[in-house]
Design a protein around this ligand. Sequence first.
Ligand code: AMP
Length: 217
Amino acid sequence: MPDIIILMGPQGAGKGTQAQMLAEEFSLPIVATGDMLREVAKTETALGHQVKAILESGDLVPDDILAAVINERTSREDCRNGYLLDGFPRTSPQAQLLEKVAERQGHQITVISIDVPRDILFKRLAGRIMCRDNGHVFNTYFKPSATDGFCDIDGSELIKRSDDTEDAIARRLSEYDAKTKPLLNYYADTERLKIVDGTRSPQEVFRDIAQAVGQGV
Ligand code: AMP
């Protein structure tokens, strides 16, 4: 079992869903930089305001802010036996930083790339809605809730993420192509990359990932 599992793939590939399933099955904490940055964006500080504006535009947050977030989060006790990375690294400097962090912590890295064609991704993102209370995810195209506008699980209101607008989605997908996709070559060259087909059901994708990390379920 590798110690650090990186879930890579464009937004909408299903990284968050797979991270939750893997975390439960293998008792690993999830380090999701998008979620952490959304928390930072809620704070009434200069950093909070800066991050909020960047998140809404769909641009990437600067690498030095990510370095601080990752160093702090992964040095906590719950990460001692490894962790799942969702949304990090996204740039080459971040990948280099992670090599140093992994070496310092004595962890091996395995990268899972979840592959999904662009047209499906766009619908997954443009249709994505989540409930206000617990973040349960629905989709107006693929998985509508039974009661329009409200969560089937806890009854709270369904809302769109503020960066799931068409402009911001297009921006995020092109950021992925330009800055993050090249990292796949780097991990392939160092023989740490496994590719899974992300168009199938979450359970099928999960089985492939578990097999790829040597823990078939
Ligand atoms: P996510 O929830 O992973 O889709 O991330 C939402 C947003 O957070 C992204 O569009 C970026 O603005 C920012 N973000 C998350 N992770 C990173 C990262 N590793 N580097 C730069 N920006 C990030």
